[in-house]
Design a protein around this ligand. Structure first.
Ligand code: UFG
Length: 321
């Protein structure tokens, strides 16, 4: 099977490329390398280019017969999306529509979209299932929810079948140590904590310790990147077997506080980690935990790396590589 992976040089996309190659797919990567790395692409076919370049898309789709398309090429910083919404709507919404229109024009019907827990906004109930109200509170989340709705309309009108996967907190690294998280700048908790452990940063700042949680720090549902990729693979199988599109929340269903993550990181690394207390980060809900039962029952998904220490260990091996 031939699969196009847009954003295959980035964190999650590069892990997906590796998995698909392992499973015998012919993978083409399209990436502009604005946030990815050429050396993270473990597929032979790499196209350097912009997702908004319509003639390039036409050329790529004209030269290949893709059985599926996966789209990882998003900007992902919530705070930046508030400061510069145009950047987020242009890249995450408009350019995604360019991709969808090229798919429709070339009759490519199977699409897997990287969505996010940010579409739910401040949760009204936890754990968060797929039917939870969608009330995104920043341009990042709003853009992702716009695309989800666009996909529903494209399915009705053009027969484009899409699986929308709502990631909770993607973390960890390739268990074989070949790939990992390389965001610039890094804003995510686990890599920052590990950089504080390795000495690349002097400390980790905890954003708020007065939340309504047992230890006062925010609770998140950390999901291993390898488990996320496995869910994409199962979603692709579902589309290929005629199971149709749908939306799935992807997390472990276990919440860990910021303080617990730091404690686990101290144990895994055996290093001292200097912690500073900071202000709350605007827009951070106290608790985000997924109800992923639908992915388990309908996709047959079982996370293999649900243990936080294993996830942190894989990220640590990448950090110290
Ligand atoms: N945190 C700190 N210090 C840091 C960095 C993070 O205390 O230096 C805290 C945050 O306040 C939050 C938790 O660690 O409570 C996790 O923060 P991340 O930035 O790692 O992840 P988020 O939960 O903010 O974001 C994730 C995805 C986003 C997505 C969001 C959905 O990375 O892309 O979930 O709400 F939008």
């Amino acid at each position: 099977m031939q699969v196009l992976i847009v954003g295959g040089a980035g964190y999650i996309g590069s892990h997906m490329v590796k998995l698909l190659c392992r499973r015998g797919c012919e993978v083409t990567v399209l990436d502009d390398l604005s946030a990815g790395y050429r050396d993270a692409v473990l597929a032979e076919r790499f196209v350097l280019g912009d997702l908004g370049d319509l003639s390039l898309l036409d050329k790529i789709f004209g030269a290949n017969h893709f059985d599926g398309v996966m789209h990882f090429a998003s900007h992902i910083q919530v705070g930046e999306s508030v400061r510069d919404p145009a950047k987020y709507y242009r890249n995450n919404v408009f350019k995604t529509q360019c991709l969808l229109d090229a798919m429709v024009a070339h009759k490519v019907n199977h699409f897997i979209f990287s969505s996010t827990a940010a579409i739910f906004g401040e949760p009204v109930r936890v754990p968060i299932d797929e039917e939870h109200p969608k009330n995104p509170i920043n341009p990042y989340g709003r853009g992702k929810w716009m695309v989800e709705q666009m996909l529903e309309d494209y399915e009705v009108a053009y027969g484009l079948q899409a699986v929308r996967l709502r990631y909770f907190n993607a973390a960890g690294a390739d268990p074989e140590g070949e790939l990992g998280e390389r965001h610039e700048p890094e804003t995510h908790l686990i890599p920052l904590v590990l950089q504080a452990a390795s000495g690349r940063r002097p400390h980790i700042t905890v954003f708020g310790a007065d939340y309504d949680t047992p230890d006062g720090t925010c609770i998140r549902d950390y999901i291993h990147v390898a488990d996320l990729c496995e869910a994409h693979w199962l979603a692709l199988q579902r589309l290929w077997q005629g199971g149709g599109g749908g939306a799935f929340n992807l997390g472990n269903g276990n919440g860990f506080s910021v303080q617990e993550v730091i404690d686990v990181a101290r144990t895994v690394t055996g290093r001292e980690i200097v912690v500073m207390r900071g202000e709350r980060r605007p827009g951070d809900p106290a608790r985000l935990v997924a109800d992923s039962r639908r992915a388990r029952t309908e996709l047959g998904w079982t996370p293999q790396y649900a243990d936080l220490a294993t996830l942190v260990d894989h990220a640590w091996r990448w950090e110290t590589r």
